[in-house]
Design a protein around this ligand. Sequence first.
Ligand SMILES: [Zn+2]
Length: 211
Amino acid sequence: MNIIFLGAPGSGKGTVSQIAAREYNLQILSTGEILKNMAHENHPLGLRARDEYWGKGFLVPDEIMLPLLEEEISKTIYQKGLILDGFPRTIPQAEKLEEIIKIDPVINLLCSEELITKRILARMQCKKCNKPYGLNPRPPENRICRCGGEIYQRVDDTEETIKRRLNEYENKTLPLIKFYKERIITVDQDEKTTPESCFDDVKKALDSYLS
Ligand SMILES: [Zn+2]
């Protein structure tokens, strides 16, 4: 089973895909990690990707990324299945990916703009151990972490920047949802959703999709 998770920033995509990888014994394949590893191993394309593109803050073009991705996917650790992280982002990438590997299913983690905004604005963190808090789990009333550290509000986002990022995400993702339409599993979230309960919903949806 080779899966892609789609989900806006704040949808919990990262955490839920980690739980899914563990439960289904899938390997998470992140294009960012591939690039780092290939450069570290002095792979010629990996070095080019680093020195000409991501090392300078540019996106790595498909003609470099795709051969690296194909080479990585051919490794035996991915034979039981994988979760692709950070790829594809465009239709041409999705089309080329079809030639390398069969993606099925694509899990779309839905989350209303209102809830995402609430979640992101509620983000807090312990100063000492960096434990994250927010809507779930909420911080204790006295804002003191179990480790004794002080919990502070992370104010790196405003409603405006969140809205802009969500719009960008939606514009990029809608074409992908159309592209994969027969393979999409949609999982909705509400205020009570935790990463664990979200994974339970994913599991239920997956089971009925696969049966
Ligand atoms: Zn702490």
